[in-house]
Design a protein around this ligand. Structure first.
Ligand SMILES: [Zn+2]
Length: 464
């Protein structure tokens, strides 16, 4: 007896029909029907005419993009930190200035707008590296996780899943206590940090769309004896563990002077590397560092637009991937929010550094933007168009001025190397249509951003 045709009607689900879709093992396929029930894809059928009642998705439909490294409040810095010539110190002064102005309500509004911008760019899950925990002077709010809850609410409002990477941040630099705005980041020690995160995790135990992860801010902010407590906590709960690593050379020098080890070696010695771990940036690495990261299959999250903006340098992405570290992507400081730009920068920056072309195929860069990113955030069943996976469908126009002329044979390369976030015209996130015809369900996201940024920037006269 023939199986019941899953595309015969739309009862109990929604059928999408894609002009082209990116299907495993990494190829563009035409005329693809997908059935979505609840939050999941249940059936996929390539090369079929549109079933009756199907929602048509033009262009190339990708799995949802994962923004594996974000600090939502940095969105309020865009444009301002480039004032004058925009030194590192301009950036840091402004970053602390914005942090000082945030409370749970303002943070909710700003993060909701920033996450909606991500959603418009095709991002369906964000890894929020969250360290602004407490009120002014480091005084906890009545709910010590009020800021974390604001971020989770913001992601839900904007239609994204979130991995809240709750960050342990204990010292201002190696051997220096927190000072000024930094006091808001600290819990005192890793035991009290863990108690607070435990509380947050308990309140969200049954939430399918939220992962509570752990983070070590950096070797500057977490002393080694505290680092192993954070790693032990992440291992015990089997949750993601992220850390900023070797973003700038000065960090490596300070680390070697204090501990006779590089940041990667220090993380390795204290149990912080492994398949659930992500080294963010990993820009200035030795061959030993690359071997330790790859040997432990630690993810490496590259944030090329931020690394450019802060003049950090260019990481060795190809060596890292070949060594065993899956590459993921993050918009980090949100100088721009466009994962296609992050993806192509991994290849193009490496070309500039080596003066050779052809390090990554478009398929590898798409994997970094999708499946690898979601896995690093604790959502291994996302980022692929397969039955059972999260129903995240991101459709990119192939008729814009940037993408017109693409064919089945060049659609993936066109999207990776030429599309912009503005070419995303439809986003289904966890089964919910959050972007349609380029419009977000929250309405005018530009206005949301304008108002939220203005609200947190009242602390000083805007720069021009
Ligand atoms: Zn960061």
């Amino acid at each position: 007896m023939p199986d019941v045709n899953p595309f015969a009607d739309v009862d109990g689900g929604v059928i999408y029909w894609c002009e082209m879709a990116w299907l495993p093992p990494g190829e563009v396929v035409e005329c693809v029907s997908l059935r979505v029930e609840g939050t999941r894809i249940t059936h996929i059928q390539p090369e079929v005419p549109p079933p009756p009642g199907a929602v048509r998705l033009a262009g190339l439909t990708l799995p949802g993009l994962a923004n594996a490294h974000s600090h939502a409040f940095h969105r309020a810095l865009r444009g301002h930190t480039q004032a004058e010539r925009g030194t590192f110190w301009t950036w840091r002064e402004q970053m602390y200035g914005v942090a000082a102005q945030l409370d749970p309500d303002r943070y909710l509004a700003l993060a909701r707008a920033a996450f909606a911008e991500m959603s418009l760019a095709g991002i369906t899950c964000v890894g929020e590296f969250h360290y602004l925990h407490h009120g002014p002077g480091g005084v906890p709010y009545d709910d010590p996780n009020a800021m974390g809850h604001a971020l989770i609410e913001a992601a839900r409002d904007a239609g994204l899943r979130i991995a809240l990477l709750d960050t342990c941040y204990l010292t201002g630099a190696i051997g220096h206590p927190l000072a000024g705005t930094q006091l808001r980041f600290g819990d005192g020690d890793a035991v009290r940090w863990a108690d607070r995160v435990e509380l947050l995790g308990r309140s969200l135990r049954t939430a399918e769309d939220v992962v509570i992860g752990a983070a070590i801010h950096s070797i500057r902010a977490v002393p080694p004896e505290q680092m192993c407590l954070v790693a032990e906590f992440a291992n015990r709960h089997a949750i993601p563990l992220h850390a900023h690593v070797s973003e700038q050379r000065a960090e490596n020098q300070d680390c070697v002077e204090a501990y006779s080890a590089t940041p990667v070696q220090l993380l390795h010695q204290h149990g912080a590397l492994g398949p659930r771990s992500t080294a963010v940036h990993a820009t200035h690495l030795s061959d030993v560092d690359i071997a330790l990261l790859g040997g432990s299959t630690t993810h490496v999250c590259m944030c090329p637009t931020t690394e450019r903006d802060l003049a950090d340098g260019i990481g060795r992405a190809r060596r890292l991937l070949d060594g065993g570290s899956p590459i993921t992507l993050g918009s980090d400081s949100h100088a721009v929010i466009d994962l296609f730009e992050e993806a192509r920068a991994v290849e193009l920056d490496e070309r500039l550094a080596t003066r050779e072309r052809g390090h990554f195929r478009a398929a590898e860069l798409l994997d970094a933007a999708t499946a690898a990113g979601h896995a690093s955030l604790g959502f291994p069943d996302a980022g692929m168009l397969v039955p059972g996976a999260w129903a995240d469908l991101v459709s990119v126009r192939l008729d814009s001025v940037r993408t017109a002329g693409a064919t089945k044979g060049t659609a993936a390369e066109t999207v990776v190397f030429a599309a912009s976030a503005g070419d995303v015209h439809s986003v289904v996130s966890g089964g919910r249509r959050v972007v349609e015809d380029g419009r977000h369900m929250l309405g005018d996201v530009g206005a949301l951003l304008r108002d939220a940024v203005a609200d947190v920037r009242r602390w000083r006269t805007p720069v021009r």
